[in-house]
Design a protein around this ligand. Structure first.
Ligand SMILES: [Zn+2]
Length: 223
């Protein structure tokens, strides 16, 4: 029997990175075979969506596996409706056990920030899964933007100048306020952070370049 949201599930799974997608498809087939009605309501997220989730408190990290196509969020469907308290039900526990056998880690096993809808596929580590087998839309999510070089505290005018400079060089970069004040036009002296996202090799070059120019950087981090 088809699941209630089978098309939506498969559309969402199609957005995942290659190896995560293969594992998720096996999991979905298990759900169908065992008639466990689950909705996979989210898989890949853009950085902007993730930023909003962190701001809302529903996620705690900008290093989410969703950003790199290695995670999915699910919920049980009962009587045509999502059951957000259904994670302890035997059929869901059975589905979770199968997901673990397939190599997923379940957010419900975490201590601290428990994330019951969340399954992530580690593969060879964060951001290691590929998008080689994908076509079209999903290629926009590039796995090469995996590192971040950040100047944690600089003046607004300086951050904006750097954004223009590094964008002109072809980098993905942006300036973020250290203290977010909605509806206010930033003043030149306001505290901002400047961030460049790029692959490991370029991150190290950008980092050296900025240090040589006297900026204090946080060590670059893998997203
Ligand atoms: Zn999640």
């Amino acid at each position: 029997m088809a699941l209630t949201y089978q098309k939506r599930n498969l559309d969402n799974i199609a957005k995942l990175a290659d190896n995560t997608k293969a594992a998720a498809l096996k999991w979905h087939a298990f759900l169908v075979t065992n008639n466990i009605d689950i909705l996979i309501y989210e898989t890949i997220r853009t950085e902007e969506q993730q930023r909003q989730n962190v701001a809302k408190g529903v996620s705690q990290t900008m290093k989410s596996y969703h950003l790199v196509g290695q995670a999915l969020d699910f919920v049980l469907v009962r009587n045509g409706d999502t059951d957000w308290n259904g994670y302890k039900r035997p059929e869901v526990q059975k589905a979770i056990a199968e997901a673990k056998l397939l190599g997923f880690e379940w957010g419900g096993d975490w201590s601290g920030f428990v994330d019951k809808p969340h399954l992530q596929f580690k593969y060879k580590g964060y951001g290691t899964d590929t998008f080689e087998k994908q076509e079209g839309e999903n290629n926009k999510v590039s796995t090469s933007f995996t590192d971040k070089v950040t100047i944690p505290n600089t003046a607004y005018w300086q951050a904006i100048t750097l954004v223009q400079e590094y964008q002109a060089k072809g980098f993905k970069c942006y300036a973020d306020p250290v203290y977010y004040k909605p509806f206010e036009t930033p003043k030149d002296s306001d505290a901002y952070r400047f961030v460049v996202e790029t692959d490991y090799k370029n991150a190290s070059l950008v980092s050296m370049e900025l240090k040589a120019r006297g900026y204090t950087l946080t060590t670059w981090e893998t997203m």
